[in-house]
Design a protein around this ligand. Structure first.
Ligand SMILES: Cc1ncc(COP(=O)(O)O)c(C=O)c1O
Length: 382
């Protein structure tokens, strides 16, 4: 029986585990379990890596999105968010008291381009969220940024997939007015749970530091505003520092595996459509999406990959936000609202991708997919 191939897996080399145990011992002996020197160093090194003046560690990747939108005062206003994202991107607008206004996608890139965003901008729009879906900096980022500047809209990068990604040399996380990263276990950099806000706005960074500690001022002990507990503990920060030191190596490994997927899928000529590559971009390859040929059922393909070969495939994202029961019920969205997203995303599967994946596993995944696609539409209804 061949080993299962998970969709994603954290990559923590044995030597990092040994080093982390020493870090953990030092933290535990120090008695300083939160808001200590490891968090300060993690924030400093993360900001240097992303190229922003400030980075603020938080307890999740949703927290920085919510906090930036709160600071920008989106309450009562609208935030334009791609329908193709993890629901946390648009929930952040709701948590901040605003209304997420979803937008369709470009069929080639799976990302919302300027035309799709512009179509949803209105009088009440305060901010736009650009999601670097699957780890590729939004292909229209430059145009989206100029548009937002021209219209006085704030631009939030959801960089939850994009640690290590770049556009023309500029790191994801430094391309908008602020960005949020997630450190969930499947992400290119993990702390188990956690997240980071990156920004050049000193006042936003100060607000985030205060908000994550119940709204207490950063200097003293006075309660300045409503806040909550969005802190990142010292043990997590120590973990994050070790992961950050591996980021370039892990990004290179995922890019090499993506090249391997492309070569094998082209060689097998199975009909799975590869997404375009963009000059000047470093892709984080958080996920490796492919589009199934028309007539293939994604649910069937995903189920058969798992059942026959123990291969876990996933999505970016199915269902899209506007088809979730909550968004249909509470915000009035429904089938047919974003036809491109509905058509394209129902044909997209993501293949296993993580730095520790072997070339042999990539070959097995591609051969399995090719076998299923050769069976073709006989899968329908099974
Ligand atoms: C695109 C996107 N945004 C935001 C988040 C939220 O991150 P977290 O689960 O750490 O809150 C995720 C997490 O999966 C994500 O994929």
């Amino acid at each position: 029986m061949l080993p299962k191939v998970p969709q994603a897996r954290p990559c923590i080399p044995e030597e990092d585990i040994a080093a982390l145990l020493e870090d953990f011992a030092q933290i535990l002996r120090s008695g300083r379990l939160t808001m200590g020197p490891y968090l300060a160093r993690f924030e400093q090194e993360f900001a240097a890596c992303v190229g922003t003046e400030h980075a603020v560690g938080m307890s999740s990747g949703t927290a920085p999105l919510e906090v930036a939108l709160r600071y920008w005062g989106v309450e009562g206003g609208e935030v334009v968010v791609p329908t193709n994202t993890f629901i946390a991107s648009s929930n952040a607008a709701l948590l901040a008291g605003g209304r997420p206004v979803l937008c369709d996608i470009d069929p080639q890139t799976l990302s919302s381009g300027l035309p799709q965003i512009e179509a949803q901008v209105g009088e009440k729009t305060r901010a736009v969220v650009a999601v670097h879906i699957a780890g590729l900096v939004a292909p229209d980022m430059e145009a989206i940024r100029s548009f937002c500047r021209g219209r006085g809209l704030l631009l939030l990068e959801d960089a939850a997939h994009a640690h290590g990604a770049r556009a023309d040399g500029q790191p994801a996380g430094s391309l908008g007015d602020a960005a949020g990263f997630s450190f969930f276990p499947t992400k290119p950099l993990t702390t188990g749970e956690g997240g980071m806000l990156s920004t050049n706005d000193r006042d936003l960074a100060a607000f985030a530091r205060s908000f994550r500690t119940h709204g207490v001022s950063t200097e003293g002990r006075s309660l300045e505003r409503l806040g909550t507990n969005y802190r990142l503990p010292e043990l997590s920060a120590a973990f994050g520092l070790r992961q950050l030191a591996r980021l370039a190596e892990h990004t290179a490994a995922r890019n090499r595996l993506a090249g391997c997927y492309r070569r094998v899928l082209v060689r097998l000529g199975c009909g799975a459509v590869l997404l375009p590559e963009f000059a000047g971009r470093v892709h984080a390859y958080y996920k490796f999406p492919v589009r199934l040929p028309a007539g293939q059922q994604r649910e069937w393909v995903v189920a058969q990959l798992r059942r026959r070969w123990g291969i876990e495939a996933g999505s970016v994202y199915w269902p899209p936000c506007h088809l979730t029961p909550f968004y249909q019920r509470e915000l009035g969205y429904g089938p047919g609202d974003f036809p491109v997203a509905e058509k394209v995303l129902s044909q997209v599967v993501t293949l296993p991708m993580f730095a520790g994946l072997s070339d042999q596993a990539v070959e097995r995944v591609c051969c399995g997919l090719a076998e299923l696609l050769a069976e073709g539409a006989c899968g329908v209804g099974q």
